[in-house]
Design a protein around this ligand. Structure first.
Ligand code: 5AD
Ligand code: SF4
Length: 481
């Protein structure tokens, strides 16, 4: 009898521990795109309900989670290197458990457990709500895997724990997955079908951020322009929706308009836009609202029509130019940035010149440029030989980077002598006497601190620039404070 009472008391104590702080420490780190960083905030929220507290100190962690990226081979190698580091820590702290989340988890599935002995737990991007059960399995000494992709999961009901936040800018995810099937890209396989989040839950999350005094919100999705809410369901089934659902559907332009209207003091950004899905209404909504930042990340990947076709990008070079022209017509000061891949299979010198001439036309403010990296399971890997030599890929990449640097400098020089609004985000990396923030075009500006503080909107006169940064002096608060 005594024994039973003892056990029940102990059981109660354990369950209290579990829900109200089990004293366990979670170390979570993220690689890859913003979506991964945003997902880690969802994971931290799910685990905080299980009593986990986050720590920045790997050595004291009970559970280490790494949110991984598969986009290029190098991204995967970086994660493998990190696992080596965890291995070294585990020698000192043998009870530490290690879990792999995100795109690599989804791509490699249980193979991860065989390839990396340090790994106890493998969880794909749609399975984070199952983490409490999976951790129980691991606690019981078994490895645990859940990589089931979902057609519905948006985590709309979870309030993210803001990790390493500056208290000024935050990400809010609005869509998950991607249906575009670009032939080079692993994302449709690792993140599954595209689905949109209920606008109500998006507004609730922004309400919460506004009440906490956040000043800038970036709406996130692999393809934001494809956002479509008609009460749930995949985009491809929209045709079958009822007349009421169709009449009350919310697309990206509407969502952006709603958010901008409701929060006039909050700066809004969004990423990523796919040229084939971006509509003129989105550009019009951007032009209409002062608080929507005048910046569009608009990946092109290649300037050659033939390569665009091989990549299954469903637009031509000319259609891209028309989109750029429309953006510049409606928002003359809109900044545009690119993603470009060099050395996609079959790319010739002429194709490469087409990319350079396209860049010359657009003169992007900024760019993210990569050498093609063949990804297992993608359409390109199955159908095309990776036939451009590494040295050629690298040489073309360097030419693209040189062109981009010149264009960034050209765009930045246009700001010299102008006074622009900057939202202060952090101390400058190079000097503790300077603040760093961005203007509406997403260009970083650095200036002496004065009496200003993080989160202030200030007017900064630009005196100098580099290809990466504007340098200037604050001349007063902006009227947005
Ligand atoms: N190789 C190189 N770059 C890639 N990207 C996506 N897949 C690959 C790949 N296999 C780049 C694209 C994309 C960005 C997120 O990463 O430019 O827009
Ligand atoms: Fe990397 Fe793409 Fe996955 Fe983001 S969605 S983590 S960029 S593979």
């Amino acid at each position: 009898m005594e024994k039973i009472i003892d056990e029940s008391i102990q059981g109660q104590a354990l369950s209290l521990n579990k829900k109200e702080g089990n004293g366990r420490k979670l170390f979570i780190e993220s690689y890859g795109c913003q979506m991964n960083f945003s997902d880690s905030e969802i994971v931290a929220s799910i685990l905080s309900k299980e009593g986990f507290n986050t720590t920045q100190n790997l050595e004291e962690a009970d559970l280490v989670l790494v949110n991984t990226c598969s986009i290029r081979e190098k991204a995967e190698q970086t994660v493998r290197k990190r696992l080596e580091k965890y291995n070294a820590v585990k020698r000192i702290n043998p009870s530490m458990k290690v879990g792999v989340l995100g795109c690599m988890a989804e791509r490699l599935k249980s193979k991860f457990l065989e390839e990396e002995k340090i790994v106890d737990l493998v969880v794909g991007p749609d399975a984070y709500k199952d983490l409490p059960n999976l951790i129980e399995e691991v606690d019981a000494g078994r490895n645990a895997v859940n990589v089931i992709l979902s057609k519905e999961e948006t985590y709309g009901d979870i309030s993210p724990v803001r990790l390493q936040s500056n208290g000024v800018s935050a990400f809010v995810s609005i869509t998950r997955g991607c249906d575009n099937m670009c032939t080079f890209c692993v994302v449709p396989f690792t993140r599954g079908r595209e689905r949109s989040r209920d606008p109500q839950s998006i507004l609730e999350e922004i309400d919460d951020l506004a009440s906490k005094n956040f000043k800038e919100i970036t709406l996130l999705g692999q393809n934001v322009d494809s956002y479509l809410w008609y009460g749930g369901g995949l985009k491809k089934d929209f045709e079958k929706a009822s007349d009421f659902q169709k009449a009350t559907a919310v697309n990206f332009a509407k969502l952006l308009d709603m958010v901008a209207e409701k929060y006039p003091k909050i700066r809004l950004r969004f990423t990523t836009s796919n040229p084939q899905d971006m509509t003129i209404d989105v550009i019009e909504v951007m032009a209409k609202h002062k608080n929507i930042c005048k910046y569009i990340h608009l990946p092109i990947q290649s300037g050659s029509d033939r390569i665009l076709k091989e990549m299954n990008r469903l637009h031509t070079r000319q259609e891209y130019f028309s989109l750029i022209d429309n953006i510049k017509r409606l928002i003359p000061d809109c900044a545009i940035s690119q993603d470009i891949i060099t050395g996609f299979p079959t790319e010739t010198e002429e194709d490469h010149q087409d990319t350079l001439s396209l860049m010359e036309y657009v003169k992007y403010e900024y760019g993210f440029m990569f050498a093609y990296s063949e990804r297992p399971g993608t359409l390109a890997e199955r159908k095309l030989e990776d036939d451009v030599p590494e040295a050629t890929k690298k040489r073309r990449l360097n030419e693209i980077i040189t062109a981009q640097r010149a264009h960034s400098t050209y765009r930045h020089e246009a700001f010299i002598g102008k006074t622009v609004e900057i939202l202060i985000e952090k101390e400058s990396k190079k000097s503790d006497a300077h603040w760093s923030g961005r203007n509406t075009q997403n260009i970083v500006a650095v200036f002496p601190k004065g009496d200003y503080k993080i989160g202030d909107f200030v007017m900064v006169r630009i005196d100098e620039c580099t290809s990466a940064t504007l340098l200037g002096e604050a001349v007063g608060y902006s009227d947005n404070n």
